[in-house]
Design a protein around this ligand. Structure first.
Ligand SMILES: Cc1cc2nc3c(=O)[nH]c(=O)nc-3n(C[C@H](O)[C@H](O)[C@H](O)COP(=O)(O)OP(=O)(O)OC[C@H]3O[C@@H](n4cnc5c(N)ncnc54)[C@H](O)[C@@H]3O)c2cc1C
Length: 495
């Protein structure tokens, strides 16, 4: 996707004409009909994951009355454990960085195998990034991370409620959102709540509540993949300061992650092409272990390890909504789009989009006439950064990218710009973006030099994407092998 004005800066709250006035200790009066379940609320946020809690907390800190609804009860399992450095300043602005550090593993960088067939790897340390903004991040058990952010939202004045599921949303003739929600399993017995906020934030993740309502959610045709993953103990970590690295390996049908979590837990997952997923016979655990066994370095690191969690499988998960916002509503995080977790960008993109959406909403609630202008700027800003990730993701398993990542060179600080991208610095740095353009030229020239291999890969990928999935399982998460504790290494070697 290209955008008309990629360098256009998002006009944040500092450019909202009322923003220079002192923050009111009592918020602006609510709209004429704002009513959230009997109380006033300016903003209703659907979904208590990282995107929803970020938007809710920031808006509450600006003085708005915010209600946040989460259908589950924290702590609950979620995938998405490797954070990017650029999420750290957002956590700082939320006031939650220290709490997150307390539940995470220190992450200094990401590593990718060398091209020599051995066990060597190249570590891309965030401290070497171009114009380094934040030198490290954390790997987090999402159950704890999400709980920390949810409770933090509450501490910041958000009316944060769990086990309340939004069932449907409608808009009144004047465009005001009307949100119908139920206590867990209690709708039939009268547990219905009705909310009429002035603004609605959909952060419902892959449920994509408004995406479904407006029929604007589309499967990503350029990139289709599925994933199988679990938690293991006893997996060998990198040495020294690399011990917290996320390790990324390619294999014939996709790529594999190893994410070190606290308490000797390693999150291990395989992302597959549709064609490979179709070869799955029997249970997900066998499929995962067979796939891991195709990479000798992974087998070596997992020797003697033990599975300590259920095996989860997700169907085709890449999608996007054709709109990000409309009158009195905005989509943030996975409720808007999800591409692929290859560069661990999901949580950061969700939190960044939520922060920018909160700035937009803060302005719009003060100056409703500017809504369209501010929404346009938000969409442009967000999609430009998202496209940087997409460009790398679509090409990551190609022989050309494999070659470039296995043989990094820092000509013109291009390697540093790639590290900045890996850190999530894709939105605001003209220097990074300029160097990433040069990287694209380098990629094309390298691909021409490796033409037969590059064409072969392009053809296989095209065929795999066309094959698609039998079921459009964008939402589905299945679990298998719910009893943890099988011997991973013996499975890996026996299959
Ligand atoms: C295989 C895989 C691996 C990944 N690995 C990484 C990684 O390493 N790093 C990374 O950054 N990202 C990763 N991601 C992406 C990451 O999981 C998401 O991008 C991230 O969780 C998005 O946050 P969110 O707040 O938008 O949505 P979520 O975290 O999904 O939160 C949405 C919340 O909304 C709630 N909800 C849904 N519907 C309703 C409703 N009707 N009413 C009330 N509440 C509702 C849900 O219960 C949920 O708590 C991965 C994704 C996959 C599929």
């Amino acid at each position: 996707m290209t955008h008309a004005n990629p360098t256009q800066a998002y006009p944040d709250a500092s450019r909202c004409s009322h923003a220079s006035a002192p923050q009111p200790s009592v918020p602006m009066p609510p709209g004429p009909h704002a009513d959230c379940d009997g109380g006033d609320c300016d903003v209703l946020v659907i979904g208590g994951g990282p995107a929803g809690t970020t938007a809710a907390t920031l808006l509450a800190r600006k003085g708005w009355r915010v209600t946040l609804l989460e259908k589950d009860k924290h702590p609950r399992f979620h995938i998405g454990e490797s954070l990017l450095p650029m999420a750290m300043p957002i956590l700082q602005r939320l006031g939650a960085l220290e709490k997150v550090a307390a539940v995470g593993t220190f992450k200094q960088g990401a590593d990718f195998p060398r091209d020599d067939g051995g066990e060597g790897y190249n570590s891309f340390d965030f401290a070497r990034a171009y114009e380094v903004k934040y030198p490290h991040a954390y790997q987090v058990p999402r159950a704890e991370f999400d709980q920390v952010l949810f409770e933090h939202a509450r501490e910041n004045g958000v009316d944060a409620r769990e086990q309340i599921k939004v069932e449907h949303v409608e808009f009144s003739d004047s465009g005001q959102p009307v949100v119908h929600a139920c206590d867990a399993d209690a709708c039939k017995s009268g547990g219905e709540h009705v909310f009429r906020p002035r603004y609605l934030v959909d952060a419902s993740g892959r449920d994509a509540l408004l995406g479904g309502k407006f029929k604007i959610k589309r499967k990503n045709r350029k990139h289709q993949s599925a994933a199988v993953f679990s938690h293991f103990s006893g997996v060998k970590r990198r040495e020294g300061t690399d011990a917290g690295n996320v390790s990324i390996y390619r294999y014939a049908h996709g790529w594999i992650w190893l994410i070190p979590l606290p308490d000797d837990v390693m999150s291990v997952g395989a992302v597959c092409s549709p064609a490979h997923m179709k070869t799955r016979r029997g249970d997900s655990e066998g499929f995962l272990m067979r796939t891991l066994a195709t990479v000798p370095e992974i087998q070596a690191r997992m020797q003697g390890s033990e599975r300590v969690g259920p095996v989860h499988a997700t169907g085709n998960y890449a999608y996007e909504c054709t709109r990000m916002c409309g009158p009195n509503w905005v989509l943030v995080g996975d409720a808007y789009t999800f591409v692929d977790p290859m560069f661990s960008s999901g949580v950061f993109l969700g939190m960044h989009g939520a922060e920018k959406a909160a700035e937009m909403i803060d302005c719009v609630l003060r100056e409703p006439a500017r809504e369209r202008e501010l929404q346009r700027a938000l969409v442009n800003h967000f999609n430009v950064g998202l496209d940087e990730f997409k460009w790398f993701i679509y090409r990551f398993t190609s022989p050309t990218m494999k070659h470039l990542f296995a043989n990094p060179r820092n000509y013109l600080q291009i390697e540093q710009a790639v590290i900045a991208m890996l850190a999530g610095d894709v939105f605001d740095s003209a220097g990074v973006r300029k160097r990433l353009r040069i990287f694209r030229v380098l990629y094309t020239l390298t691909a021409i030099g490796m033409l037969p291999k590059a064409l072969g890969h392009w053809w296989r990928r095209r065929r795999a994407n066309r094959a698609g999935f039998d079921d459009d399982a964008a939402q589905s998460v299945s679990q298998a092998g719910s009893q943890a504790g099988s011997q991973a290494s013996s499975q890996a070697s026996s299959q």
